[in-house]
Design a protein around this ligand. Structure first.
Ligand SMILES: Cc1ncc(COP(=O)(O)O)c(C=O)c1O
Length: 367
């Protein structure tokens, strides 16, 4: 099929098949079964494969029992929501935020307050005045590095102040960092966990760095939370797959993770540059977007009143699949928001996709 006839999907932020290090993972799997079969084929404690817990604990400078490996990081978000939140409790999030976490927080009964994200993060003074007013959350869920869905990075001063507020008002910061290592240019900013390891529950995963199919993610939590999480996890599934966790460990031990991250950056950076160039050429008069230096997403905000249903239907007619922007917004709105994941499309597909998007938006404009 030629490109102009194929369907282009700007939907979920998944890595492309060409990013998977399949041959290396075959080697790691075989090595793990040869060396550790009695451990990885057996049940085990719910925290996960001890060498990988130890490796992450050393990276974060904490005791091993503060690290819990999970079924991706998303199930750990679910467990945390269930052990920390009671129905009716408040949770703060960035607005827009990751739609699946918003669903999990709602499922745990939370009332959610969102803080509007601009190009430079959210307004920390707004957070402070909410707290002063008496709206006390149990958690603030943040994706500070190349946020899903906007691509925004939260500046250091905001991180510092949020940590101070969390300490003063006694809420947990859930810091979700799956895109942090995928910085294509510019300088890393300290994590909130670096700033306050006893106030911040940090989570991340190997989904975007090796493969999401392995479903290996982790949480680094303060001891009181970690203990409850371990028990909750054990009661739910006994343990997650030690086999997959041992494959990840073996892969890292061979020095392949760092090499793979470099390879991924080389694959994704041109895709980011392409989408920014195409947006500039095609969409400048129709909206605004953040220009991220990493991650998977560019969040586009259209500057005209459109209905999401019309936008999605118009896109469908042009062979373009978009996510419904409303799903990322917690207090309503989002009709004009388009999340553009760029890593799983080739530069040619990105170019064609943005051309089609511009055509759809132009036609809605003139209607
Ligand atoms: C912010 C964020 N958190 C968590 C996840 C889920 O990751 P995992 O595969 O580790 O469950 C994603 C996946 O897209 C994500 O964007």
């Amino acid at each position: 099929m030629i490109m102009s006839e194929s369907i282009i999907k700007f939907t979920r932020g998944v890595p492309p098949p060409e990013s998977f290090p399949t041959q290396e993972l075959i080697e790691c799997s075989s090595n793990v079964l040869t060396k550790h079969s009695s451990v990885v084929l057996q049940y085990g404690p719910s925290g996960g494969f001890p060498p990988l817990r130890n490796l992450i604990a050393n990276q974060c400078d904490v005791e091993d029992n503060r690290v819990i490996l999970g079924q991706g990081s998303l199930q750990l978000v679910d467990f945390l929501a269930r052990i920390i939140l009671n129905p009716g409790d408040l949770a703060y999030v960035e607005n827009p935020s990751y739609d699946r976490t918003v669903t999990l927080l709602r499922r745990a009964g939370a009332n959610i307050i969102g803080f509007t994200l601009g190009q430079n993060g959210y307004d920390i003074h707004e957070v402070e005045s909410r707290l002063k007013k008496g709206d006390r959350p149990k958690i603030f869920y943040s994706i500070p590095d190349f946020q899903n869905p906007s691509g925004v990075v939260i500046p250091l001063e905001t991180r510092q102040r949020l940590v101070e507020l969390a300490q003063a008002y006694g809420f947990w910061i859930m810091e979700d960092t799956p895109y942090r290592r995928l910085r294509y240019t510019g300088q890393e900013i300290p994590t909130m966990f670096d700033l306050a390891p006893d106030r911040v529950i940090r989570m991340s995963s190997y989904s975007k760095l090796i493969s999401p199919g392995l479903r290996v993610g982790y949480v680094v939590a303060p001891p009181a939370v970690a203990g409850r999480l371990l028990k909750y996890a054990e009661d739910t599934y006994i343990n997650c797959s030690y086999f997959n966790q041992a494959i990840v460990y073996d892969y890292i031990e061979r020095g392949w993770l760092e090499k793979n991250i470099s390879r991924l950056k080389n694959l994704y950076e041109p895709r980011l540059n392409t989408i920014l160039k195409c947006l500039n050429q095609e969409m400048a008069q129709f909206g605004v977007w953040h220009k991220p230096k990493g991650g998977f997403f560019v969040g586009l905000m259209l500057n005209q009143e459109v209905k999401a249903d019309e936008l999605l239907a118009g896109a469908h007619k042009e062979g373009l699949v978009l996510s419904d922007g409303r799903g990322f917004f917690v207090n309503g709105g989002g009709d004009q928001f388009v999340r553009l994941p760029f890593c799983a499309l080739t530069p040619d597909e990105i170019q064609e996709g943005i051309n089609r998007l511009a055509k759809v938006v132009r036609s809605l404009h003139t209607n």
